[in-house]
Design a protein around this ligand. Sequence first.
Ligand code: PFF
Length: 457
Amino acid sequence: METNHETAQKSGFGSKLGFILAAAGSAVGLGNIWRFPYLAAKYGGGIFLLIYLILAVTFGFSLMITEIAIGRKTGKSVIGAYADISKKFSPLCWLAAFVPVIITPYYCVIGGWVLKYLLTFVTGQGSTAGGDGAFFSSFIGRAGQPTVCFLIFLLVTALVVMLGVQKGIERISKFMMPVLVLLTIGIAVYTLTLDGAAAGVKYYLLPNLEGFTAEKLLKTVAAAMGQLFYSMSLAMGIMVTYGSYMRKEDSLEQSVRQIEIFDTGIAILAGLIIVPAVFVFSGGDTNALNAGPSLMFITLPNVFGSMTGGQVVGAVFFVLVALAAMTSSISLMETVVSIIMEKFGLKRIPACIITVLCCLLLGMLSVLGYSTWSNVRLIGMQFLDFFDFISNNIMMPVVALLTCILIGWVVKPEYVEDEVLVSQKSFRARMLLSVMLRYVCPVCMIIILLTPFVTEI
Ligand code: PFF
């Protein structure tokens, strides 16, 4: 059977820059823009940042380079890749394949919400979007508009994926990512010049050790690790898929470092936009940095509403969020498409059509979970929350744990090392990778899996 790598001669990434921008585009998403800032604010500001940075260059680096190496070495989709390494690990193939199948639909639903806000600000109606949250709840509480927004977001994503790796994904990433960086820097500079922003910057960047108990430290480490997964698009098959399109001559180690810098840099900058702006607006009330969708869809529109030039800043901000979400949803969908192409021997367009149909089915559950079926609950959660919970809190840590066992103990870290050495003379992080994959990452995964239960007790 033809592997992705063989087809890569025709349709893989055409350049190292193209690969890095596409992978960074996958990593930089909703997670960087609303999740990272509120977690940093919640878990002691500078302490969270420090723990996150240490984990990113050790734990995040090791998992990312492992996934990309698996993809590049096997040249296959996530299902074929894991099966190639060990037949005994075939449940891992399926579990890893299901993660993007579950995430892509609801990610596109949230992408649709972003489009609605973008349109609201662009048409000069941003001042109606905040308030006490009535705008948001009445928007998601109806079936029609969220469905249309979801469909638009889904179809644009599908269109890019249909165009293929080089003509679609690489080309769009090369355009979108530089625009995204410029917009992020532009808005950060603007919000930092607001009166009173300095207090927010201090709160965000300086470590806050007040009441920092052992329990809080454990929760902070678990939150930072969870965020790393989310942010770096790990354990969802994306990096294996993109790795399978990577050129053999490009350095893996250097590429992973660059993707990490991109991803963490944008997350820190997003925090420099959101935390000071919310601080100025709320007069220093940290509760305003509350978790979840309310920060992006209720608090921030209020913040923009109270700012001079807030209409324009709001519009630019939602363009930025839409770009970030789009490059991530493209990578999620490409992962599903690559699985269908490989498993069923289909061409790209039919595989895309099947993927879109699956997304429609699952995505509509998330859309209607807030309106027509708002009283349906799965283990006490609405559909969207349920999909988010089982993918992020259960499936992804399990996939990562099994990957560590497979590479760390079954085939040994030399598997990754050999692939790294295909494109460079030496591998500086050899020891780090081995210790991380064999000991540290598995323990971390178990901590992530158990923390919700332990803290509950
Ligand atoms: N890494 C992307 C983000 O930070 O938004 C993409 C992503 C992560 C999508 C996690 C979905 C997800 F559950």
